[in-house]
Design a protein around this ligand. Structure first.
Ligand code: NAD
Length: 428
């Protein structure tokens, strides 16, 4: 289906190394540093609820096909669970479980009143008609009526699901409840309850986190250079906003390759070009560089905003940026962490850096419950406040434990979730 311009964080696309394993390596390290009680560790390793449904669909050719759908609620300690739904042929329960726990840490770091969840349907959207896609979505939703709900579990878009799919989920759920309930899902079109500023939220959050990091390092943003890998939703908005703040964006790239211009790339022109041509290929934005070369360019700020596993033990040594801001999920492999740390490179981890999207999803849910919609400025100001606060919390935790921002982020999340869990106690 058409590429989405409005999606919830897609936690990872399968790469060579499993980014979830990379995440677990960090989680285990953080749990050890925090001295997390063994019982709580085991509690947090397992999801509270796992649901598997079968989705029978009459296909356009008249044949009946049955798809498998999942929803995993990792926890609802901090509040109703939140997390996207992905449609892909290789979705399986293990992956969904992994992604659900990832959402727990992300929501906790962003100080959202949400637990973590994830859903998926094993199907190939590129081979489905819109009618088939709608039928799958509606039947999946009706099978999840006892799970979804604005007070219980709130889905959002992820890989291969978009605003339209969210609109179908909202409609199906509302039909069964006999009233319109917009807050059951986020990532909706603005016209039916989506939030202003959601499309730009992740890139904006990346910019806010970058400014916070520069301030800690005592670097003036107007004297910096920025390199960005990936020129989709996250990369292009980050590029625009970093330039707006006075940084010189000297290199950009996408799946077609990259460009370098030491005088700064015309970002607006590049955005216009991609709108017309789908990607940067064939454009004239400077000297051509490969995606591998781009990562190793001399610069102050490097924003990987494309895909996972881009920075490995192999290339980490050659990275020259002072700050890496992980717009993408899982762009740095666990094996590279120590190398980057020893080089004094500050890495703002994905679970903090790209949380702008889920923060504005939270705003969407709040606005739906209020029945009152905020101006874009209001959304942006609140996002700024929450991102900056999340950055401070993670930064202070990292200092307290004398560790990296990445482990600081995990420790902060573990601390918060386990404290709330202890206060609530174990029922039963
Ligand atoms: P997108 O599909 O809009 O853009 C992806 C970009 O990466 C495109 O420019 C594409 O050409 C490029 N790309 C793909 N493969 C590449 C490769 N091998 N080398 C270089 N570039 C490549 O996706 P997006 O929404 O911008 O998401 C990018 C990353 O950010 C993903 O990891 C996603 O999970 C993460 N993320 C997105 C959001 C969000 O709100 N969109 C939120 C959090 C995290």
């Amino acid at each position: 289906m058409a590429e989405d311009t409005y999606k919830e964080p897609a936690p990872y696309r399968r790469g060579e190394a499993n980014p979830f394993d990379s995440m677990m390596i960090r989680f285990d390290k953080a749990a050890e540093m925090y001295k997390l009680d063994e019982g709580l560790y085991n509690y947090l390793k397992h999801p509270v609820k796992t649901v598997i449904v079968s989705i029978p669909v009459q296909m356009d050719n008249g044949k009946l096909e049955v798809f498998e759908g999942y929803r995993v609620i990792h926890d609802n300690i901090l509040g109703p669970s939140k997390g996207g739904i992905r449609y892909a042929p290789d979705v399986d329960l293990d992956e969904v479980k992994a992604l659900a726990s990832w959402m727990t840490w992300k929501c906790s770091i962003a100080n959202l009143p949400f637990g973590g969840a994830k859903g998926g349907v094993k199907c190939d959207p590129s081979k489905l008609s819109m009618t088939e896609l709608e039928k799958i979505t509606r039947r999946y939703t009706s099978n999840m009526l006892e799970i979804f709900g604005p007070d219980t579990d709130i889905p959002a878009p992820d890989m291969n699901t978009n605003e339209q799919v969210m609109a179908w989920i909202m409609d199906t759920y509302s039909m069964h409840r006999r009233k319109t309930i917009t807050g059951v899902v986020t990532g909706k079109p603005i016209i039916i309850g989506g939030s202003r500023g959601r499309r730009e939220a992740t890139g904006r959050g990346v910019m806010i986190a970058t400014l916070a990091a520069l301030q800690k390092k005592g670097i003036d943003v107007t004297k910096t250079t920025t390199v960005i890998q990936g020129f989709g939703n996250v990369g292009s908005v980050s590029a625009q906003l970093m330039r707006e703040k006075g940084s010189k964006v000297i290199a950009i790239s996408d799946v077609s390759g990259g460009y370098y211009d030491k005088n700064g790339i015309d970002i607006d022109m590049a955005i216009e070009y991609v709108k017309k041509n789908k990607n940067l290929g064939g454009g004239d934005f400077g000297t051509k560089v490969s995606n591998e070369e781009l990562l190793e360019l001399e610069c102050d700020i490097l924003i990987p905003a494309a895909k996972e596993d881009q920075i490995s033990a192999e290339n980490a040594e050659r990275i020259k940026a002072k700050i890496i801001v992980e717009g993408a999920n899982g762009p740095t492999m666990a094996e590279a962490d120590e190398i980057l740390r020893s080089k004094g490179i500050m890495v703002i981890p994905d679970i903090l850096a790209n949380s702008g999207g889920v923060i504005v999803s939270y705003f969407e849910w709040v606005q739906n419950r209020l029945g009152y919609f905020w101006e874009e400025d209001d959304v942006n100001q609140r996002l700024n406040r929450m991102m900056t606060e999340a950055f401070e919390n993670v930064y202070n935790t990292a200092i307290q434990y004398q560790t990296t921002l990445r482990l600081g982020a995990y420790i902060y999340a573990i601390d918060k979730v386990s404290k709330v869990l202890k206060l609530r106690g174990i029922y039963g």
